[in-house]
Design a protein around this ligand. Sequence first.
Ligand SMILES: [Zn+2]
Length: 161
Amino acid sequence: MAKKYNSRLIRDDYSYYVEQVAELFGIDEATVRRWMKDGGLERIPNTRPHLIHSSKLRPFIEKLGTARKKPCASHEMFCMRCQSPRTPAHATGAVTILANRSVRLKAACSVCGGAMCRAIRQSEWTKNHPLAVCLSDASEEHKGVEPLHRECSFQMEENHD
Ligand SMILES: [Zn+2]
């Protein structure tokens, strides 16, 4: 389950290296880099190695805590970049049937265009599922319902910095 990060560990007016942030919360540096790449954590511009100022880090960490308390409604998926449940953008969506009888759904976020992912039980995946309804304007091969497609892919806007 989601880890809790204590924002009170963050010093005031301090610039952190990636490895210092990782150390602070006992996490991998890769996680911190993912926060910067996809999660919306801003670094201090033009720093190499990257520095993250506490004025950006603290609100990011606090938002992480609250975002994880918000569960996705049945028609939503969790957007890493928005740190919030979002509805999928129109005409996006891909469905992969996993070996463990679940279905992995991917779509683009309707707000930021970022990648969203959600897994649901295969038995729940019908054309009446709220997400299937949301994705109903995706092209036939991307809907993944009736007939279920084992795997399909779609073009999604790549807009990393
Ligand atoms: Zn988003």
